[in-house]
Design a protein around this ligand. Structure first.
Ligand SMILES: Cc1cc2nc3c(=O)[nH]c(=O)nc-3n(C[C@H](O)[C@H](O)[C@H](O)COP(=O)(O)OP(=O)(O)OC[C@H]3O[C@@H](n4cnc5c(N)ncnc54)[C@H](O)[C@@H]3O)c2cc1C
Length: 383
């Protein structure tokens, strides 16, 4: 690993800290989808105008052209300053934009990247289907090439923020005779196209961020295909590499802040007098430090590659388990009784319930372990 902070990095950190201190939103984000979208986009735009949008994105598309180390510094300071959740900007910023940077045409980059950064476009991800989640190569949504268009029919599910989105990373089967990862195509789908129906799905934390998306003869210009027709699997692997790798950087850095706040709270409540609580918190702090070391190693290796490798899967497994343990410990230490989402512990309960998603979203922990076994340890394939 080669990661050290230069004098310029330290100066950047001070600049970020000051900017965040002056600009972090103080208003509440509404749960109404239209208001939430406006709120998320306004905050994204403010970061962009402040010179902190797309820190590691190329300057010709509105980014700052800085290193991933600077991006990491931004996330660390953002977490310390209590910056809000990225909300519906998640897909565009964390993996839609990065996929276009790595695999898109000049025209696709020019058309979408500045708009994503400026908070003018919301993206969502249309990969999972009712019969194909972990087994992504089993997708059945069809894209038929007709003239210079793809005509799409089928269904996606668990599409976060589809009801707020303008564009989608859509993976479809364009060769009807193909099997598994052959004959798939990754395309940019305009979510306002005729033939798209979006149905929100409520999750147990009370939010309606998931959706089912239905496609009925949806016409997409072939110019929107990223990579080649039939070459979508490799583009999708790039997307997942970003999602599981650099896309999780912010969440990883946030976890240390959550834990330090919990330790302070436990101290106030006298909980550290119980040796088992002190040991539990000590173990969690050690694991948070291990997560930080792994994140630094990923930044160091991602700086030398266009697309993050399987190290992202190792970090994701570790992060997902740790997030669940920290939010469970919070429930125990603060002594939350029951799951009343409207009561005084609403925030703790929401975070605890949401932590269940961490071992599923972006690919389950079991699937990440398969990837680690095959691609890091060189073990035989599981299927
Ligand atoms: C918060 C969140 C956000 C999400 N957002 C999106 C989104 O925006 N777009 C999108 O396309 N999808 C999204 N998803 C869906 C997510 O990608 C899938 O839920 C995930 O890939 C698992 O697929 P599945 O739900 O079909 O479960 P299944 O694949 O049916 O898995 C069920 C169980 O079987 C296990 N399993 C399956 N295969 C194997 C195997 N080979 N070896 C060992 N165990 C196995 C799994 O680990 C799991 O425990 C989101 C999910 C969450 C939780």
């Amino acid at each position: 690993m080669d990661l050290s902070f230069t004098d310029e990095d330290h100066a950047f950190r001070r600049e970020v800290r000051e900017w965040l201190c002056a600009n972090i939103p103080t208003t509440e984000r509404s749960t109404d989808p239209a208001d939430a979208r406006r709120w998320d986009m306004a905050w994204q735009r403010k970061q962009f105008e402040g010179g902190f949008g797309g820190i590691a994105w190329p300057t010709e598309y509105g980014g700052q052209g800085l290193t991933l180390v600077r991006q990491l510094i931004w996330f660390e300071e953002y977490a310390k300053a209590g910056g809000p959740d990225i909300g519906c900007a998640f897909v565009g910023i964390n993996h839609g934009g990065p996929t276009l940077i790595a695999r898109g045409s000049q025209e696709q980059k020019r058309r979408h990247l500045p708009q994503i950064l400026a908070g003018e476009e919301v993206w969502c991800q249309g990969f999972s289907e009712p019969g194909a989640g972990s087994d992504l190569a089993g997708i059945a949504t069809k894209g038929r090439v007709v003239g210079d268009e793809l005509v799409v029919n089928g269904q996606k599910i668990w599409t976060s923020f589809a009801h707020m989105a303008d564009f989608q990373e859509l993976l479809v089967r364009t060769d009807p005779d193909s099997r598994r990862h052959h004959g798939l195509t990754w395309t940019i789908c305009d979510m306002h196209s005729p033939g798209i129906t979006v149905r929100p799905i409520a999750s147990m934390d009370g939010l309606e961020e998931f959706c089912g998306v239905f496609y009925d003869d949806v016409r997409i210009p072939l110019d929107n295909v990223v990579g080649t027709i039939g070459g979508g699997w490799s583009v999708a692997m790039s997307t997942l590499g970003f999602e599981r790798g650099t896309g999780f950087m912010k969440l990883q850095t946030e976890l240390s802040v959550v834990l330090e706040e919990l330790i302070a709270r436990a101290t106030d409540l006298g909980g550290l007098a119980d040796p088992s609580v002190a040991v539990q918190l000590g173990d969690l702090r050690a694991d948070v430090l291990a997560l930080r070391a792994m994140t630094y190693a990923m930044v160091s290796s991602a700086a030398r590659a266009d697309v993050p490798g399987p190290l992202g899967s190792m970090i994701k497994v570790f992060y997902a388990d740790l997030a669940q343990r920290i939010h469970r410990a919070q429930m125990d230490i603060v002594d939350v009784q029951g799951l009343d989402r409207g009561g005084p512990f609403a925030a703790e309960i929401r975070h605890y319930l949401y932590s269940y998603a961490s071992t599923i979203g972006g690919g389950t922990s079991e699937v990440q372990r398969d990837i680690i076994g095959e691609r890091v340890l060189g073990l035989p394939r599981n299927r």
